[in-house]
Design a binder for this molecule. Structure first.
Ligand SMILES: [Cu+2]
Length: 175
């Protein structure tokens, strides 16, 4: 039992060290910008995903060390599996998509200094509604969906506010 705990503690401290020490080290090929951008809402599905990093990327022979992977809402890979690299940029082509939803971009790179970095972000594909602002809601569902989304967000904010309130209240009692 004791051995198991020591092992666990070692792993835990190791992970903690990595989390604390990693940002302190040099920048590597950090994420700078992307198209589509993180959390961007696109109404035309992009033909590619392009990422810009803070350092020139390294290509090691024919090995694909710089990879961009794009998944649809169902987790299906919809990229061309052929990430291209040019300087500090990488891009991958995308298959055309019909269904609106949240798409996930996963990336991994190796910068010129030999350091590997990885990350992910999401963008949202929304089919543009054909209705204009002057005509009241011809389409079904979408205004209600927007409204429920707004209320949902308000609810989340309210919960966070209540949480913070009680957190500080408790701290006050303890100290
Ligand atoms: Cu580095």
């Amino acid at each position: 039992m004791r051995n198991k705990w020591q092992w666990f503690r070692t792993i835990f401290l190791g992970a903690l060290f990595l989390i604390v020490a990693a940002p302190a080290a040099t920048a590597h090929g950090e994420f700078v910008s992307a198209n589509p951008a993180p959390n961007e809402v696109v109404t035309t599905f992009p033909t590619s995903v392009e990422l810009v990093f803070s350092e020139k990327l390294q290509e090691i022979g024919s090995n694909k060390v710089n990879v961009i992977m794009v998944l649809n809402a169902d987790g299906k890979e919809i990229d061309s599996k052929n990430t291209m690299v040019s300087g500090d940029q990488a891009m991958v082509g995308l298959e055309p998509q019909g269904s609106p939803g949240t798409y996930t971009v996963l990336w991994r790179n190796v910068s010129d200094d030999g350091h590997a970095t990885e990350g992910k972000y999401e963008f949202i594909f929304k089919i543009a509604s054909p209705k204009t602002t002057s005509t009241p809601a011809v389409g079904t569902g979408s205004p209600a969906n927007n409204r429920s989304l707004t209320f949902g967000l308000l609810g989340v904010f309210a919960l966070i506010a209540v949480g913070i309130h009680f957190y500080f209240k408790r701290r006050k009692i303890i100290t």
